[in-house]
Design a protein around this ligand. Structure first.
Ligand SMILES: Nc1ncnc2c1ncn2[C@@H]1O[C@H](COP(=O)(O)OP(=O)(O)OP(=O)(O)O)[C@@H](O)[C@H]1O
Length: 650
């Protein structure tokens, strides 16, 4: 292994302490606390119905009216019953409405916060993530989390109230029967203790498998041409089938466990009811209890058992949603690492003086260790989450996050830049050359602070770039890369992406300077023509010129340019070259050079090798050194696009 690369295995992320975690959850719930309370109050009001109804039917209707033991009339009792029922229906309608609104609002809110967080995270986060996996969290997991609100948590609080009320009523009616009915509670406790953790783990496996499916789908669909060109459709399909089957198996396991939990609690309830009928029946026959009393007792018993039964069902939703919530919070756990200092300096107009002072940079990547990969070369199957004991007497601590549970992580560090120093005066062109993997792009990525150096400093106008307001800093910089990302939308929107407030004349001016105006005018809807996703519909050269126009419109002081390596046809090449030259005028330019003309004309050339500057000077100086550059020049640079070679040997 090369000495710059260090791999450490199996280091697990520290579990976040619970208090900190609760604070994080609370941040999301806080704005809705009053709505939560309203829903609970409505729930309690709505519950008054099933709580009062048995009393009216059992005691008032049967004992008082039918047996003639009181002053109630039949009409009076029925009317009260009707009012009570109607009241319940109205409460339920309002409560459902408020709950649905709350659930949907929270989803919008969480998704917004998540997207905002994702926008702020640096490329370091994305280096280690599959796009599809991240998207699956924003879509699937946020949807799943919604069920937590709508599906049950609030019900539990209300249900708890019912259980206590019903239990109290049981004791009021007959304490001996009440004690008999409560034997069931420890049984419930043991059942939930043992099954809950398993259900949560089963859902974790389901969601993680879905994330893996999304990741593969997004990657393979974006690379569909390669899939087809290499005739891999069948293999890809097989791979997908295997993943989908695994997802099915995990989902079934989650359902089976939930079903078992539901049926066990149901059986306890039935047994409890039968026992009460039997013993209560004996009391009635012995004249120790009235028939109406027994009927009311059974009704309250139902009231007590039903919420517990419902909890068993709702619990499935809760465990499922909690597994979703965990995954959302895993993203929030990643702190935004490229931050604005509190006392950040504004930067309105930079001079473009750029200095690297002994800059070193280490890539840190984190990858899950796919245990299955060793077995059958298949990283797409998520290993199952399992409880670590067969039987639990006390509820096991479910770790707050799923992430470190099963998969170990492998951390890799790679020293990509070592002690880089150079000084670019305003308006100079600095060409970076060096073999593939030498660190050219890495160096360029440090300037807009996609990453921060581990050592040394980068100064712009003699101030460390970390001290500037990040927004202002990036405003001074434009990038034109090899793979220029355009977005779906019109050509106009793409050019104006960095300066939407620009006037139409300015946009057209930029397009003209980038030699793309004539081409745009040939399109059916000119500037309003819609580009496909990532700028499909355009050729490589056209895309590049639109990207140059986008950069020109931004009018940056610093330009980062990764010249295209792909062969453009002669006409395109000439157009792009002319556009680039215009773009570089009067700007400090850091160019990853792929054209000899650029290298030759550069004010300084930095020759990089394995992350170090091995030679530094102008073309002439470097040729005279007779070292790495000359060697590179003879082997590689000459093969570059030699637009104006005659200058080279002058
Ligand atoms: N996100 C990353 N995580 C870890 N290592 C990386 C990452 N990106 C690049 N590297 C490593 O850093 C080194 C420098 O990469 P860089 O992309 O800067 O090279 P380059 O000189 O621009 O190469 P090329 O000319 O081929 O684009 C390479 O060895 C590469 O393996």
């Amino acid at each position: 292994m090369d000495s710059d690369r260090k791999v450490s295995k199996k280091v697990m992320k520290e579990e976040m302490d619970r208090k900190k975690l609760l604070r994080k959850y609370w941040r999301f719930i806080r704005p809705y606390r009053f709505v939560f309370m309203l829903i609970i109050v409505l729930g309690i009001l709505q519950l008054a119905v099933p709580l009062i109804a048995p009393y009216i039917t059992g005691i008032v209707l049967i004992d008082h009216v039918f047996e003639g033991e009181g002053s109630w009339t039949l009409e009076g009792a029925v009317l009260v019953l009707l009012i009570v029922f109607l009241f319940g229906v109205t409460m339920e309608f309002i409560r459902n409405y408020v709950t649905a609104k709350l659930g949907n609002r929270m989803v919008v809110d969480i998704r917004q916060k998540l997207y905002q967080h994702l926008q702020l995270l640096s490329p370091k986060f994305y280096d280690n993530k599959h796009v599809g996996g991240v998207v699956s969290r924003v879509l699937n997991d946020v949807n799943g989390a919604q069920n937590l609100v709508q599906g049950g948590v609030i019900n539990i609080i209300v249900d708890l109230f019912v259980v206590f009320f019903a239990a109290a009523m049981l004791f009021v009616l007959d304490w001996r029967l009440a004690l008999l009915a409560l034997w069931i509670l420890p049984m419930y406790y043991l059942t939930f203790t043992n099954l809950n953790v398993r259900i949560r783990f089963a859902w974790r496996s389901v969601h993680r498998q879905m994330e893996r499916i999304s990741a593969v789908l997004v990657e393979r669909i974006s690379g569909i041409k390669i899939v087809q060109a290499f005739n891999r459709e069948k293999t890809e399909m097989k791979r997908y089938d295997k993943q989908a089957k695994q997802h099915f198996n995990y989902a079934m396991k989650a359902h089976i466990l939930s079903n078992i939990l539901g049926r066990i609690t149901q059986s306890f309830n039935h047994i409890g009811t039968v026992i009460v009928w039997f013993v209560g029946g004996l009391f009635v026959m012995r004249g120790e209890f009235t028939v109406g009393g027994l009927v009311a007792f059974q009704a309250y018993l139902m009231q007590m058992y039903r919420p517990i039964q419902r909890f068993a069902e709702v619990n499935v939703t809760i465990q499922n949603s909690m597994a979703n919530v965990e995954r959302i919070f895993e993203v929030f756990d990643y702190d935004v690492d490229i931050l604005n200092r509190e006392d950040a300096k504004p930067l309105k107009h930079s001079n473009g003086e750029l200095v690297f002072n002994n800059v070193s940079f280490v890539y840190q990547s984190e990858r899950p260790i796919f245990k299955n990969r060793d077995k059958d070369g298949d990283p797409d199957i998520v290993e199952e989450f399992k409880a670590d004991k067969k039987f639990f007497l006390v509820p096991p601590k479910i770790p707050p996050r799923g992430r470190p549970e099963i998969e170990g992580y492998e951390y890799e560090e790679y020293k990509a830049l070592k002690n880089i120093s150079f000084h670019a005066k305003p308006g100079e062109v600095i060409a970076l050359v060096g073999s593939s993997g030498a660190g050219k792009s890495t160096l360029a990525n440090l300037i807009p602070r996609f990453y921060d150096p581990d050592q040394g400093e980068i100064l712009l106008d003699r101030v460390n770039i970390k001290n500037y307001d990040l927004y202002d800093l990036r405003k001074q910089i434009a990038l034109v890369l090899q793979d220029n990302v355009l977005f779906s939308g019109t050509v106009y929107e793409n050019i104006a992406y960095g300066r939407p407030e620009a006037s139409k004349e300015e946009v057209i001016q930029a397009a003209k300077a980038a030699n793309v105006h004539n081409f745009i005018m040939e399109l059916k809807n000119n500037y309003d023509s819609i580009l496909g996703e990532r700028g499909m519909r355009l050729s490589g050269g056209q895309k590049q010129r639109v990207a140059i126009a986008r950069a020109l419109l931004k009018d940056p002081r610093i330009l980062i340019l990764d010249e295209a390596t792909s062969a453009l046809d002669a006409e395109s090449e000439a157009l792009v070259t002319a556009a680039l030259e215009k773009l570089m005028e009067n700007r400090t330019t850091i160019v990853i050079a792929h054209r000899l003309a650029t290298v030759v004309r550069a004010d300084q050339i930095l020759v990089l090798e394995r992350g170090e500057i091995v030679e530094h000077g102008t073309h002439k100086e470097l040729l005279q050194l007779n070292g790495v550059y000359r060697n590179l020049y003879e082997k590689q640079l000459k093969a570059m696009k030699p637009d104006e070679l005659e200058n080279v040997h002058s």
